[in-house]
Ligand binder design. Structure first.
Ligand code: HPA
Length: 278
């Protein structure tokens, strides 16, 4: 009876395993990005499940990424958080990267909150600033929605006009302002990585309308919108990529260090947002 071959069947299998471990009902899903996983420590944890134990879940390979689902309360609200996310550059397909988001939807979440570290392609966005994503440009070579569409998951041609929740961004900006945290709204451009970009590329991305460049988030957002989830995404700007004179050599450790400096601010904003949500 079990259909392990279709995406839908695999989601059901993952769900079934999770339900043998916990009956916790999350309303909000959280994906924690590079250097930003500290928020998971604030969760009043009810259950934790390693990715490796969940059928069909990929496992993370990148330094600074843990791999577990954390269930519990954050800001008094029931959440499930992905401590550790997957990236295209690790070799996964966009479908594999986004499988956990499918599962979180079936666990009952209504809103997905994502964080990431990104380079700033906007002269007004400094390293250490927070940016609420208001739109994206997808330049990754794979799409998680490619292939046969299962109408039980979502429509063949999902619309992308209202991808990011602008009301939540406005609330987030208000919270940031209250705490004197530098924050903006901006356009995130997704690349495959793993190399950072050349000066000519950063310049090009600035010209075509990017405020941020990064290697994650967009696949998960596409799948979340495919399934009708609300989405909010926050970037920690970790390095300046524009104007060209301000570009510096940047290592992954540099990105993690700056992101970790931003993490307490992001934590504050996300917790207050969750408190504010109904
Ligand atoms: N480019 C791509 N991804 C990134 C960067 C960058 O400059 N900084 C952090 N993630």
């Amino acid at each position: 009876m079990k259909d392990q071959t279709s995406l839908y069947g695999q989601i059901q299998e993952a769900l079934h395993y999770i339900r043998t471990q916990t009956d916790f009902q999350p309303r909000y899903g959280i994906v924690l990005g590079t250097g930003l996983s500290g928020l998971a420590e604030e969760i009043d944890t009810v259950a934790e499940i390693s990715y490796g134990d969940i059928p069909h879940f990929p496992t993370s390979t990148v330094k600074g990424h843990k791999g577990k689902l954390v269930f519990g309360h954050l800001g008094g609200k029931p959440v499930v958080a992905m401590a550790g996310r997957f990236h295209y550059y690790e070799g996964y397909t966009a479908k594999q990267i986004t499988f956990p988001v499918r599962v979180m939807k079936f666990l009952g979440i209504e809103l997905l909150i994502l964080s990431n570290a990104a380079g700033s392609a906007n002269q007004h966005i400094q390293a250490g600033d927070i940016v609420f994503i208001r739109d994206h440009i997808n330049m990754q070579p794979d799409n998680p929605l490619r292939g046969p569409n299962d109408e039980r998951l979502g429509p063949r041609f999902p619309d992308m006009l209202h991808t990011y929740d602008r009301q939540l961004n406005a609330k987030g900006l208000e919270i940031a302002q209250k705490h004197n945290i530098r924050a903006h709204e901006g356009v995130y451009l997704a690349l495959q990585g793993p190399n950072l970009e050349t000066p000519a590329e950063y310049n090009f991305f600035h010209i075509i309308g990017a405020d941020l460049v990064g290697m994650s988030t967009v696949p998960e957002v596409l799948v979340a919108r495919h399934m009708g989830l609300k989405v909010m995404a926050l970037s920690a700007a970790t390095n300046k990529c524009y104007p060209l004179e301000e570009i510096r050599e940047t290592t992954h450790d540099d990105v993690i260090a700056v992101a970790q400096g931003v993490e307490p601010k992001m934590r504050k904003i996300v917790m207050e947002l969750l408190e504010f949500l109904g």
